[in-house]
Design a protein around this ligand. Sequence first.
Ligand code: HAM
Length: 426
Amino acid sequence: MSSKQIQAVRGMNDVLPDEVHRWECFEDTVRAWLHGYGYRGIRMPILERTELFVRSIGEVTDIVEKEMYTFVDQLNQESLALRPEGTASCVRAAIEHNLLYGGAQRLWYWGPMFRHERPQKGRYRQFYQVGVEALGFAGPDIDAEQVVMCARLWRELGLDGIRLELNSLGSSDARARYRARLVKFLEQHHGALDEDSKRRLHANPLRVLDSKHPQMQELIREAPRMSDDLDEASLRHFEALQASLHTAGVTHEINPRLVRGLDYYNGTVFEWVTDRLGAQGTVCAGGRYDGLVEQIGGKPTPACGFAMGVERLLALMQHGGGLPAPRAPDVYLVHQGELADRFAERVAENLRDARVAVLLHCGGGSFKSQMKKADASGARFAIIVGDDEAAAGDVSLKPLRELAEQMRVSVAEAADIIRNGVTDDA
Ligand code: HAM
């Protein structure tokens, strides 16, 4: 009797070999793009103390209230959480290792994040983010750099139809003023609030604006606008950012309801949104978080950053047909006979020394069946080794993707032809 199959945890995906190649191409583009803007990589652990996220993302947020994978470490009774995002960890690491003593830092990271959300297309419980954080920069120039660099990445990935939504949440004083006005308005319409919004009314009223509840949409449209309470400095900052974007040719819309789901933001916030992915259309989001470094125990340090959802961007690339074909080996090495089998193993290693990617046939079988596998592998060439070739110390090279004759050559010649299309002697 066979045992019951064990399946992956809901909302946590396997990335299969054909897809991994696409992920790698995406990663290559992203790495080169980040290098082009002077950002340096940083890697943080996946587990952090729960307190880090409570303090940074905020106690009354969906992420902390309902979505964190939290558990108590049995050994020391410490509460730990799988990271739901990277900003808090990145800031913690920068403080812990005194990175900011060396001046402002442009940092980036990449990796899995965990949120216990209801899974659907584009929304997973384990998902990957590329995160970009600039610590120690106060002016609108860094906000502009980050927005413009996103626009460049979309171009480099061949993506269009991603629009930019911008808002400013103002200084913490301005936010407090606006919060008071909003609470007054919401109290006046208490009867129209859904359950979640009632709960948030006093604990985190700005989040009411982010409610997706259909019953709330009209009320949200009528709510007071944050822009009416913006302080002078935030207004000037926001205008300077928009002027830079205008010069760079990056178009945007102002969305006065854009508040973001994490509490650490102030000033500029932005989201890149597409209509092509259904309900989960935000592919990248971020903004300023000038108070966070101090909140986590560092010196006051202005900062700005964003993160993008890798699965969503890859889905969008697939949508636009802009994905590379899976990568095949250069050579499939076919061999038969006792002498030939030993020789083939050496040939494969020699070819790899010459930077040729070789798939060495394993498991025996006739030449005919091995050649079928060579064809199916997508390799450009088959190398065929029988006892004849092994005795002579050379190989038969057969192009598989074009009409050309099989030829008998030395291993060095084979490597040249595979890499350059010709032998050095030719
Ligand atoms: P966030 O808006 O929570 O921001 O997430 C950023 C992006 O991650 C989203 O726009 C989306 O593309 C992707 N994402 C979020 N949740 C999921 C999910 N469940 N499944 C698939 N993709 C998802 C942050 O995380 C901030 N740390 C961004 C930031 C960096 N702000 C400043 N610096």
